[in-house]
Design a protein around this ligand. Sequence first.
Ligand code: UDP
Ligand code: MG
Length: 337
Amino acid sequence: MTEHSKPTKMAIAPRADNGAPPLISIVAPCYNESETVDLFVDAIDKIVAEADFETEIVFVDDGSRDDTRQRLSRLAAGHDNIRVIALSRNFGKEAALTAGVDHAKGDAVIVMDVDLQDPPELILDFVRKWRDGFDVVYAAREDRQSDTAAKRATASWFYRLFNRMSAIKIPENAGDYRLMDRRVVDHIKALPERSRFMKGLFAWVGFQSIGVPYVRPERAAGETKFNFWKLWNFAIDGFTSFSTAPLRVWTYFGGVVALLSIVYALFIVTRTLVMGIDVPGYASLLVFILFFGSIQMISVGILGEYIARLFAEVKRRPIYIVDDVLGGPKSDQAPGN
Ligand code: UDP
Ligand code: MG
């Protein structure tokens, strides 16, 4: 997904149509979304009513503490094409997305938020582009007016820094909302890491992709589940999963400081030899000690971020645990891999 320009006609062949309508899975993670799940299903039903493809909705209840699960279970009972993967606790959006993608059966899988900030109308455009031969079709925000100025600024810094540090580029205007062909999904499912920075993983697998522009609306109901602290940790997960630059920068920084120190040492020694012992200098000494002490702590802290993630990876705990599967055959219930 590093290249977003329109591929040439040569590179892209329309998907073969073998007569049977394709199945499109819609994966939607839900955490305390009691107010939005019914609106979501109504909106999707309206959009796909006339469509020439089949759909299934795979809801993931990410350990909601309100009555989201009851509502989802009611929806699953009323619709043959709705399944609910209920996780045993809140595992976070990235793990919930992983669970949904693992359980989706479609020829193509669409991942979207349940709060209608990802407009369902785009599904038709996604499928059209998919039929044209694109493996990944993502929604590209035209503007971020629905976000606060602070969120817009921090998001923009994050993407700029990420794309500078990582060999994998993620488009600044793309969220998670996208359609992926089955073969892309299978590659994503095969990625073994526990730390699921999905935006990065989606980009990492590559394939022919294209953006569809849209304007991101406000949340239909309820409120955002992401506060500043969660977003900060999300950003660190992103950096550490896709770049080793934060680790390596200290080698160069140390090298430069060592060179400067040699020059300064020569200067001090020479001056002492020529002019005698110079006792004052308490202030500069203290500044140096504090400065290098804090720089060392920062670099050790960054080392710690990576070690903590290595630790999480080697433990190989499952990414999520399924408590119950509602709506589909019980045999679908699989432990998180
Ligand atoms: N979500 C989730 N688990 C979490 C947090 C969020 O499954 O721990 C879901 C949430 O229910 C929604 C989607 O992730 O469907 C996006 O969340 P939200 O709308 O709060 O994020 P924002 O749009 O504000 O970035
Ligand atoms: Mg939202």
